[in-house]
Design a protein around this ligand. Structure first.
Ligand code: SF4
Length: 531
């Protein structure tokens, strides 16, 4: 039977014997999460302050990347571009925003997946075509064949100024035959493998492009003034007062200008493979992807989890903030009251997350304080979204026990992650993933839990209302939507910074699109237009 979730405030105990007994008992500084990719945002709105709108859009997408931020605007001729390391709030101030004038803009928040964390890799990138002029590019995703394409273009004399796969996309488009940007990007897309959701800016147009498998999200919105917005997530549309129109379709190129919105959606269809981790953790719960509310999907995951892995307990808590909707779902399904048991320091949040392992090991990351007055004497079900290395879960279990929990049952609202991601998510090397090294029982013993339960893959698909033919679940199954080289580790992100013998193994060749079909489709695209 279902019972409404509620906080439990009865049986509050004195705190005398629950104070910190060890140096770390009261606080956790450990990060064991997957890391997002990037956020892209674009505005075409001649009657609006496009730089300011983009700033607020990026602010709403800050969770997708915290390393660098950038905004590019145009007044129809000139490109104005500012990129800085750090958060959106520190990269821009009133003065810098007021210097970014124009009728259209794109913006980017970055978490590095290919290319290291430094200013030269910050986006938007400026690219110059000898015939078409400048173009600014913002990219979310990871191109898995960037390295051979980079080598091929370099051998043809193309110079690279960054070490990111995003520049490979842009330089490949410039090197591709075509009288306008559409034909150039169409041809480039036939050679790219992997994930790319792009926002592009020319002097006159805003373009949005999504890879043929639609691995990363990208949507379109409309401002009350009639202007257009493109965004990685719909939550940013709401932030700037735009209403959701639709997703950018798989393989689609959308061009927005004075003549309105034009769509080129004639690439041969590939199997869809939206990253299922967008539903589990990455995207904000107030976003909607493929008509599915992220908040509802996460509650459903919690409900499925309760059905698959029930436990006798007094309270359900979530690891804040990402697991809260699933913990509520677990509570609603099981009838066990939901309450807060861990408090996250919101002023640390993800601000301090850095992408490299050695920085993680310096102990920067999430910070929780327990609520012993809630936890003491209770059998606790703690819901979290995932376990990557297990470095956070074990201390959380200890923290709950030290705060008086008599039993700790860990429930994870995703399947066991036993494979790395090669499509734009910073996971870990396979040997670092705890589910690769241990069985569920061994992990439960390792983290000190009384029991451990992962949501099954069918349970996850049921919760999001989509199946394996529409979603990528490679990090759970090892079956990726594009060919990947299993030993090709996360150092791939630095692949284009290696030299000589230290170079890591080359990535696999792309999954070929039907180039003849692409060539045929290109004939239907009017040439000479300025986009
Ligand atoms: S492998 Fe996992 S994290 Fe990577 S795109 Fe697929 S579902 Fe997302």
């Amino acid at each position: 039977m279902e019972r409404a979730a509620s906080a439990t405030h009865n049986s509050i105990r004195p705190l005398d014997n629950l104070s910190s007994e060890t140096g770390y008992a009261a606080t956790l500084y450990i990060d064991d999460k997957l890391h997002e990719e990037c956020g892209v945002f674009g505005v075409w709105a001649p009657d609006e302050d496009v730089a300011r709108l983009t700033y607020f859009g990026l602010y709403a997408l800050q969770h997708r990347g915290q390393e660098s931020a950038g905004i590019a605007t145009t007044d129809g001729e000139t490109l104005m571009l500012r990129t800085r390391m750090g958060l959106v709030s520190t990269a821009f101030d009133e003065e810098s925003l007021s210097g970014l004038k124009g009728h259209a803009a794109i913006g980017h928040t970055r978490y590095s997946t290919t290319g290291s964390s430094r200013l030269c890799n910050a986006q938007p990138l400026r690219l110059d075509d000898p015939n078409l002029g400048w173009l600014a590019l913002a990219h979310n995703g990871n191109v898995t064949n960037a390295e051979p394409l980079h080598a091929e273009l370099a051998a043809e004399g193309v110079n690279f100024e960054t070490t990111s796969d995003s520049e490979v996309i842009g330089k490949l488009a410039i090197a591709s035959h075509g009288a306008n940007w559409v034909t150039k990007y169409r041809r480039a897309m036939s050679r790219l493998t992997g994930a790319y959701s792009l926002a592009l800016l020319t002097p006159t147009h805003l373009l949005a492009i999504r890879d043929p498998m639609a691995i990363r999200p990208l949507c379109i919105g409309r401002l009350p003034s009639g202007g257009w917005v493109v965004s990685s997530e719909s939550c940013a549309l709401m932030t700037v007062g735009a209403h959701f129109i639709r997703e950018v379709e798989a393989g689609e190129i959308v061009i927005i200008g004075a003549e309105g919105l034009t769509s080129y959606a004639d690439l041969p269809k590939a199997e869809q493979a939206l990253c299922v981790f967008e539903y589990i953790y990455f995207a904000r719960p107030d976003s909607v992807i493929n008509k599915v509310s992220l908040y509802t999907a996460r509650q459903n995951m919690g409900r499925e989890l309760a059905r698959e892995h029930p436990a006798e307990a007094d309270i359900v808590i979530g690891v804040p903030d990402s697991a809260t909707p699933a913990a509520i779902g677990y509570s609603l399904q099981s009838g066990i009251p939901y309450t807060e048991g861990l408090i996250k320091n919101r002023y640390i949040g993800r601000t301090f997350i850095q992408p490299d392992q050695h920085l993680r090991e310096r102990g920067i990351g999430l910070k929780f304080n327990p609520l012993p007055e809630v936890l003491s004497g209770k059998r606790v079900i703690v819901v979290d979204d995932s376990i990557v290395r297990g470095t956070t879960t074990k201390p959380i279990v200890e923290l709950l026990r030290r705060s008086g929990a008599t039993e700790v049952h860990v429930r994870i609202h995703s399947p066991a992650m036993s494979h790395p991601c090669y499509l734009g998510v910073d996971t870990a090397r396979r040997e670092e993933l705890i589910a690769h090294r241990m069985s569920v029982e061994e992990i439960a013993r390792h983290i000190g839990a009384d029991s451990l339960g992962y949501l099954s893959l069918p349970g996850l698909f049921s919760a999001v209302g989509q199946g394996g033919d529409q979603l990528c679940s490679g990090c759970f199954t090892g079956n990726y939507p594009v060919p990947v080289q299993m030993e090709f580790a996360t150092d791939h992100k630095l692949a284009m910074e290696y030299v000589g013998e230290d170079k890591p193994p080359a990535p696999p060749r792309r999954l070929e699109l039907d180039v003849d079909q692409v060539e045929m489709d290109l004939d239907r695209i009017p040439v000479g237009a300025d986009h």
